[in-house]
Design a protein. Structure first.
Ligand code: F6R
Length: 587
């Protein structure tokens, strides 16, 4: 996590420009932030204020999601070396920082923070003191330092930024300006991802592991770990800027939920057109492979559980594993197809699982939302879920598109589902917003909530519970309906809200619901069975669809809205819940 940004320009720019860019990365972490224009370093706690009229031609900035050391001004980046000559911003974790810190302290360095990152500044000050050139010192750093890092470094008096990458994302944006009719490079922007500059340029150079660059206003050079110059390709990318704006919505989360009908249609259409070849290749890889193993985390893991369910139904050997446990539970070989599911394309646990799969010679495919991301670049084949930018930390429209793409894949193997009316069906749920709000108000007075599902609604039960936890801070558990009686039913008390996802003819779910109702639970039903909506069923969201794979996805949309309105009723910080970050780039 953490977002880093660096700007070098041939002409003056306001510090506010640097902070505006940083603000676009705030979703990567938002405990504290700071910047340096190489003359002065400023740090603050809380949300980024994109202000600052002073002019500069160089600067680095950082928005933090704390790992080593609490949320304090001292721990905020950038960090300076003892003599203030070396200024760094770092995303990642320096694993052997303690060892390095001990050596540096013996050499007389005084540390001001509790972070692992600060060693980087002292390390380079020491190397420079020993007479090493900065490039040589970076090669030493790549040999001597273990861990993950994207580092931006300024040395006082030099109009350059040194940028170093291993396992944490880093990209160089090239902004061209015009002067006297001739094209010239106006600004270079180094950032954790392209979103930092996608509104002002569509040209970027992506760093690979153990590469570093020296970036100035009019020039940049890339080097390998040994310090030999390397050639890099400038890539053009497309990114819709409109989607990143909140417009008149109260929160990004509700805006993103409301975009679901549109993004679903866009993605499905692309599988028949722009992504047709990739989709065909995916189908053929699934056919050829002995088994499919998904690797994903959080919400993306829940989408992969749905994927495993759909494929399994068609007779394909499919399983999914939470990426951080992948190597402990996956049996992977050259005949295995590993499908990574990731909105950001940067989740470290997924990257690690893929590295493991690569070692075992498995074929890697990914479904990602952020193009040009690390996971996409690690894959033999990658499909874009085209959900558009997700700003709210809680993932919603990405989940829908991940799940629908997997359902479309299962359709190729005989899964019966009509996807043509999916957008309309989602809108049908939006038309029940008032009821959902009323139910949410009731739920918001409880401390706990349980969500029950079976088959295709089991992953959805978990996903709804995750949404509730993330943005309402209530305790919520998503469970298999059948598992409840093996322990958790002890927690059901008078008035405990239980959200029951009941598909047509799912008599077992009806029984599980009755079991908790008999113990005083307040039942909320999300169902496509009209008979469940009769009589005393006052807290019911009706999903007008068959029991095909759409039911689970649509039930999830209802759950997303429910979680949103509970959080709203509780006055929570919905788009940026405490302790979370959108992109989890640490293990
Ligand atoms: C939940 C959420 C997280 C992510 C998880 C994986 O709303 O957003 O649980 O789903 O961190 O992230 P990606 O999909 O970017 O790999």
């Amino acid at each position: 996590m953490c977002g880093i940004i660096g700007v070098v320009s041939g002409i003056d720019f306001k510090v506010s420009f640097l902070l505006e860019r940083l603000k676009r990365l705030e979703y990567r972490g938002y405990d504290s932030y700071g910047y340096s224009d190489s003359r002065k370093t400023v740090k603050s706690l809380g949300a980024i204020k994109a202000e600052g009229l002073s002019l500069t031609r160089i600067g680095i900035a950082h928005t933090r999601w704390s790992t080593h050391g609490g949320v304090t001004r001292a721990n905020a980046h950038p960090h300076e070396s003892c003599n203030g000559e070396v200024i760094i911003a770092h995303n990642g974790i320096i694993e052997n920082y303690w060892e390095l810190k001990t050596i540096l302290e013996r050499q007389g360095h005084k540390f001001r923070s509790e972070t692992d990152s600060e060693v980087v500044a002292h390390y380079f000050e020491e190397k420079i003191k020993q007479g090493k050139g900065v490039k040589k010192a970076i090669s030493d750093f790549l040999k001597e330092v273990s861990g993950t890092f994207a580092i931006l470094m300024m040395i006082k008096g030099e109009d350059k930024i040194y940028a170093i990458k291993r396992d944490s994302p880093l990209v160089l944006g090239i902004c061209e300006g015009k002067k006297a009719g001739a094209k010239q490079i106006q600004k270079h922007i180094l950032a954790s991802d392209i979103y930092a500059f996608s509104d002002i340029t569509d040209k970027a150079v992506f760093f690979e592991n153990d590469e570093f660059a020296v970036v100035e206003a009019g020039a940049y050079e890339f080097y390998d770990a040994k310090g030999s110059l390397i050639k890099k390709k400038v890539q053009s990318f497309e990114w819709n800027q409109e989607e990143g704006k909140k417009k008149d919505y109260k929160h990004f989360m509700i805006k993103e939920i409301e975009e679901e009908p549109l993004v679903v249609s866009r993605m499905l259409l692309s599988l028949d057109h722009e992504q047709k070849d990739q989709f065909k290749k995916l189908v053929s890889l699934v056919k050829k492979s002995r088994k499919i193993i998904f690797a994903a985390c959080g919400t993306s893991y829940h989408a992969s559980l749905l994927g495993a369910f759909y494929l399994h139904t068609t007779g394909i050997e499919a399983q999914t594993l939470i990426a951080s446990e992948f190597k402990h539970y996956a049996n992977v070989d050259k005949d295995t197809l590993v499908i990574a599911i990731s909105q950001s394309g940067e989740t470290m646990d997924v990257i690690d699982a893929l590295k493991y799969a690569q070692e075992k010679k498995a074929t890697i495919v990914s479904l990602v939302n952020v193009p040009y991301s690390t996971i996409q670049r690690m894959s033999a084949l990658s499909l874009n879920i085209l959900a558009g930018q997700e700003v709210a930390v809680a993932s919603t429209k990405a989940f829908v598109n991940q799940s629908v793409l997997l359902l479309r894949l299962a359709q190729e193997f005989g899964y019966k589902v009509n996807l043509s009316n999916l957008g309309e069906k989602i809108k049908g749920i939006f038309s029940q917003k008032d009821d959902i709000k009323r139910i949410a108000k009731q739920v918001s007075s409880s401390r706990d909530a349980y969500v029950l599902g079976r088959g295709q609604t089991y992953p959805v039960a978990r996903e709804i519970a995750l949404k509730v936890k993330e943005i309402t801070y209530m305790h919520a558990e998503g469970m298999m309906g059948g598992e409840l009686k093996h322990g958790t039913i002890a927690l059901i008390d008078k008035g405990t809200p239980v959200i029951s996802l009941i598909g047509c003819n799912d008599e077992d779910m009806v029984s599980n619901t009755k079991e908790v109702e008999a113990r005083g639970a307040e039942i909320i039903t999300i169902t496509n069975n009209a008979s469940q909506c009769r009589g005393s069923a006052k807290n019911t969201v009706f999903i007008d669809t068959d029991n095909d794979g759409k039911f689970g996805i649509l039930a999830c949309v209802a759950g997303q809205l429910l979680a949103y309105y509970v959080a709203e009723a509780l006055g929570r910080e919905i788009d940026k819940p405490r302790n979370l970050a959108k992109s989890v780039t640490v293990k």
